[in-house]
Design a protein around this ligand. Structure first.
Ligand code: HEC
Length: 157
């Protein structure tokens, strides 16, 4: 109980400090476990990507509304993920690579590119624009791949 209380106090102090400096404060800006949060966010991103991948594999199943929703989840979660890699946070299960922090500019650039591609994908879905979907979905996929190749360590055995 005591440590729970202390966590709460620390969280509140953090929020108060951030507010004092005029920073934007959201519940996600105080992380008890950034790894668990980013892992959950990325898993949702993976599931959303898989759902859309099926429509790429079989274009007759294209469903603009679902694309809009799934790509929207990806844009939201990747935006959250930007704040979920505190420097040097590599717990045992994590595959975060040191390059995330040694080349944070490159990391954030790929993240922003992927977020933009996710938004474009959502937009194409909303407009039932299947060609637009195919193009932006492909560039989104390149974003995932590019970041995982440069900023994630190989799968642990
Ligand atoms: C800018 C970097 C970046 C982008 C863009 C990115 N990821 Fe990730 N992703 C990571 C990193 C780093 C990890 C490993 C995090 C860790 O283990 O601490 C990860 C982990 C994951 C995981 C494993 C989660 C788990 O813990 O089981 C999945 C699934 C995933 N990403 C899917 C995706 C998909 C799909 C996309 C594209 C739509 C994507 N990611 C875009 C950096 C990125």
């Amino acid at each position: 109980m005591l440590s729970r209380f202390q966590n709460l106090v620390t969280a509140k102090t953090g929020i108060a400090l951030a507010a004092a400096f005029g920073l934007a404060v959201s519940a996600t800006s105080v992380h008890a476990d950034a790894f668990a949060d980013r892992s959950a966010a990325m898993k949702e991103v993976g599931a959303a990507m898989e759902a859309m991948g099926k429509m790429m594999a079989d274009p007759s199943t294209f469903d603009g509304e679902t694309v809009e929703a799934k790509a929207g989840i990806i844009a939201t979660n990747l935006t959250k993920a930007k704040d979920l890699f505190p420097a040097g946070d590599v717990p045992e299960k994590s595959r975060a690579k040191e390059t995330i922090w040694s080349d944070n500019e490159g990391f954030m650039k790929i993240m922003d590119g992927a977020i933009a591609a996710a938004k474009a994908t959502a937009e194409a879905g909303g407009e039932f624009d299947q060609d637009g979907f195919a193009a932006s979905f492909s560039s989104l996929g390149k974003g995932c791949k590019g970041c995982h190749e440069g900023y994630r360590t190989p799968k642990k055995q």
